[in-house]
Design a protein around this ligand. Structure first.
Ligand code: FES
Length: 105
């Protein structure tokens, strides 16, 4: 089956100091909230959600990216689940959580 959109949410776990990890800051709960919403959404079967390992910009997480648009999101919480479901099902981008890449990224 070909999905119309695919969301990857970082659920990376990391113990100890150093960089923060999305999996320790709500990534798995966000995946669960999105999957629950899609389970009852009429277009939920047309899209995919995958928890994944580190996407890179750990300090700005929890992070996610939607394909095929290649739109990145940062600083996500479970409260952003409806907006991400909207992106997946309608293509509407949640600008307030869109990741602002810089030249240094
Ligand atoms: S741990 Fe999530 S982007 Fe690195």
């Amino acid at each position: 089956m070909k999905f119309s959109r695919h969301l990857f949410v970082c659920t990376q776990q990391r113990a100890g100091g150093g960089k923060p990890a999305c999996g320790n800051r709500g990534g798995p709960a966000l995946v669960a909230a999105i999957e629950r919403a899609l389970a009852t959404h009429p277009d939920g079967g047309q899209v995919a959600v995958t928890g994944c390992a580190c996407l890179g910009p750990c300090f700005d997480g929890p992070n996610a990216v939607v394909y095929p648009e290649g739109v990145w999101y940062a600083g996500l919480t479970v409260d952003d689940a409806p907006a991400l479901v909207a992106h997946l099902t309608t293509g509407e981008i949640a600008e307030s959580r869109r990741y602002a890449w810089t030249d240094e990224d």
